[in-house]
Design a protein around this ligand. Structure first.
Ligand SMILES: [Zn+2]
Length: 331
């Protein structure tokens, strides 16, 4: 039985495995420039963030209908459950769909068809977080938030993703203020490729409650002190960092140093179909390569539930935390 954990940094579009991509392409009559799943799997071996993003957006073309989004989310939830995920806070990128003529309602209702029955079907509770593409304009983000208004009962929070460098958090001040006024929780990718100043700015200007990635905080001791003091969670994605060359190898990952510094770190899979593994695979890699012991692994699992947006269901959070404490390694 795998260690119970929450996944807090997961882009649903990044769970599109080659097999499902081909199935949806055939069903929707969308041509793919790859002969077969093997050739597509080869294309998943990119070298940096931009080449990954190019492929990521190209493949989204196969997602057209509510049923497609439902199947995508359901496939992820089944895989996550098998790796011990008990709670998932799932990102989606509406602008990437709206821009190719797929309506907000198709995306949200399609995802919800899977999320709404996930507890019963997979034993995984869920929340949905809508991300803005930071390389698009602030106006586009505001329009996207406006388009999401009829679906806010399905959406817990907002996030910020895609190419980081050159797109500082301050660009999205207004949209985050609007989101806060609507009662939405706030997170943002910061300090992955971008500098530690982006983390500080996302905290101060966007009012974020969790930092997605954030590993470059280690370059700024005062920022580390602040994140520790305020118990601001970081959603780290170790296998993603290796694949996108944010760190050279997993052995070089700062996670152990971050835990030693007292940071509230969590471990997540980001875009698991592209980065070589789901949440449990990330935990396994850390145990094998960074030699994290049971105490550290349990701490990471505990952190994931502490950092989750379960304030609306503290009873459930307490139940998950009890599962983590009761977990027997090697059993
Ligand atoms: Zn991400």
């Amino acid at each position: 039985m795998p260690l119970p954990k929450a996944e807090l940094h997961l882009h649903i579009e990044g769970t599109l495995e080659p097999e499902l991509a081909f199935e949806l392409a055939a069903r929707n009559g969308v041509p793919l420039p790859y002969a077969d799943t093997g050739e597509l799997r080869e294309a998943y071996r990119f070298e940096d963030l931009q080449s990954f993003l190019n492929l990521y957006y190209e493949l989204m073309a196969v997602l057209r209908t509510e049923r497609d989004f439902e199947e995508l989310a359901d496939a992820y939830l089944a895989r996550a459950a098998a790796q011990g995920v008990r709670h998932a806070e799932i990102f989606f990128d509406p602008q990437a769909h709206l821009s190719r003529g797929v309506a907000m309602g198709t995306v949200v209702e399609g995802l919800w068809r899977a999320l709404g029955r996930s507890e019963e079907r997979h034993g995984v509770s869920t929340r949905l977080i809508m991300c803005f593409l930071r390389d698009e304009s602030a106006e586009s983000a505001l329009e996207t938030l406006e388009a999401a208004k009829p679906y806010l009962d399905r959406i817990t929070g907002v996030g910020l993703d895609s190419a980081e460098v050159g797109h500082p958090p301050v660009k999205f001040r207004e949209v985050y203020e609007t989101a806060a006024a609507l009662g939405l929780r706030r997170v943002a990718h910061a300090g992955e490729e971008g500098p530690p100043e982006y983390i500080t700015e996302a905290l101060d200007v966007l009012g974020i409650e969790r930092v997605d990635h954030g590993l470059r905080c280690m370059e700024d001791p005062a920022l580390v002190e602040r994140l520790v003091r305020d118990r601001v969670p970081l959603t780290l994605c170790p296998l993603s960092n290796v694949r996108l060359r944010t760190v050279d190898t997993l052995a070089d990952h700062p996670l152990p140093a971050m835990l030693d510094a007292g940071l509230l770190c969590t471990v997540n899979s980001d875009d698991p179909a592209y980065f070589g593994g789901y949440a449990g695979d990330n935990f396994d890699a850390l145990r094998e390569t960074l030699f994290l012991d049971e105490k550290r692994l349990r701490e990471l699992a505990r952190n994931s539930f502490l950092a989750s947006f379960l304030e609306d269901d503290e009873e459930l959070r307490a139940r998950y935390l009890a599962e983590v404490e009761a977990y027997e390694f090697g059993a």
